[in-house]
Design a binder for this molecule. Structure first.
Ligand SMILES: C[S@@+](CC[C@H](N)C(=O)[O-])C[C@H]1O[C@@H](n2cnc3c(N)ncnc32)[C@H](O)[C@@H]1O
Length: 240
């Protein structure tokens, strides 16, 4: 099999200098600055992966999200997905969250200057800490988290989503996944090994395992959509 591009979950947030390198190679319009605590202008952290995958993810979300209601985003990271999707779906209210304090600061800075009226201030939400601070949502979106966290985080995500969603409502997941115990590309196998070397509790998950843990708490796998760079979209729906 020919080498394929690595799953885009490989990168988290880039530091500002790296962002500037990426921007140099692409477009200056991507650089976003905010005023830091010393009054200086600082480039906001950015995720090159999020900038690459937000278009393809948006195309899938357009057929998955309800026309109105509250979308709870888990693990919002840099807030770039929240900004992009809230702008694209003005009928929806977007609630970004993350468990990481630095990410919450970045999200607040990014969205504070975005001029969007349908994005709520970011909230601290660790999927493993119950109860979640958002009790109800009409849809839940979680991008590139379950492989960069212990399996317990995936289990907790399912329990929390099942509790928060009404019957029929979607939980959208995105990231690299295995199918039937096998990696879908050599680059994903290498990425998996790298993740496990960084933390033995991390790793690329198998769609069947994700569907099984979801099914046990009342979320049924409704769709598996192959995505660019060897990723998948999974759509799960709350059983009625
Ligand atoms: C690879 S980043 C993805 C960020 C963003 N969704 C994106 O695709 O650019 C993984 C994110 O998961 C978050 N995360 C990890 N464990 C978590 C947990 N237990 N609860 C909530 N968020 C978590 C991290 O703080 C980080 O922002």
């Amino acid at each position: 099999m020919a080498p394929e591009p690595a799953a885009d979950g490989a990168t988290g947030m880039s530091a500002a200098p790296k962002l500037l390198q990426v921007v140099k190679a692409t477009s200056l319009s991507l650089v976003r600055f905010h005023r830091d605590m010393f009054g200086g202008m600082t480039a906001l952290p950015s995720s090159p992966a999020a900038l690459r995958n937000r278009g393809p993810i948006l195309d899938v979300l357009a057929g998955v999200l309800p026309p109105r209601g509250l979308v709870l985003e888990i693990a919002s990271g840099t807030g770039e997905h929240a900004e992009h999707f809230a702008a694209a779906f003005p009928g929806l209210e977007w609630q970004p969250t993350d468990r990481d304090a630095g990410s919450l600061e970045t999200i607040a800075a990014r969205l504070g200057s975005a001029g969007l009226s349908n994005v709520r201030p970011p909230m601290c939400l660790d999927v493993t800490a119950t109860p979640w601070p958002v009790a109800r949502a009409d849809a839940i979106v979680c991008i590139n988290m379950i492989h960069i966290s212990p399996w317990a985080a995936c289990e907790a995500l399912m329990v929390g989503a099942a509790a928060a969603l009404p019957a029929g409502a979607p939980l959208y997941l995105y990231g690299p996944m295995m199918r039937d115990g096998r990696h879908t590309a050599p680059s994903n196998a290498a990425f998996d090994a790298d993740l496990r070397a960084r933390d033995p509790a991390w790793g690329v998950r198998d769609v069947a395992d994700v569907a099984a843990v979801a099914g046990r708490v009342g979320l049924d796998l409704a769709a598996v959509v192959p995505m660019p760079s060897n990723n998948f979209s999974l759509v799960l729906r709350r059983r009625g």
